[in-house]
Design a protein. Structure first.
Length: 132
């Protein structure tokens, strides 16, 4: 398992949900289902204390735009597809991909993570998670 993937699980996921998610993400034939389940039930998986911002309009919230402007660097992408799952890209490129893609996407960087749920009829759950 990728170092940042483990970091994400240990830092942002509730303790009682970590082992199963770790197991699913580390097995290629269970990975897609694990990502899908996680993103459809993000509220149940995420450590609520780590949610800094949320909403289906996350990328338009001024505080989020300001946050992104202050943070640069390579991020790990977890996506429910062969590509770019497991790849790294710059934060702005990762956000551009996530906003255009309709499946779930998790963007991980040391200190923060951004979760985009699958696009649904009622909107799309999105979260900015901060370590501290």
């Amino acid at each position: 398992m990728e170092e940042l993937e483990g970091y994400f699980i240990e830092t942002f996921v509730k303790k009682e949900k970590r082992e199963r998610l770790r197991h699913e993400l580390s097995h290629p034939n269970k990975r897609y289902a694990g990502l899908d389940r996680f993103c459809h039930q993000a509220e149940a998986f995420l450590d609520q204390r780590k949610i800094h911002l949320q909403g289906d309009d996350l990328e338009r919230q001024m505080e989020f735009v300001s946050f992104v402007g202050k943070h640069k660097g390579q991020c790990l992408i977890l996506a429910a597809d062969v590509y770019p799952d497991g790849q790294t890209m710059e934060l702005e490129e990762a956000l551009s991909f996530a906003t255009k893609w309709t499946e779930e996407v998790i963007i991980i960087h040391h200190g923060f993570a951004i979760v985009f749920g699958e696009a649904m009829k009622g909107g799309r759950d999105k979260y900015l998670l901060l370590e501290s």
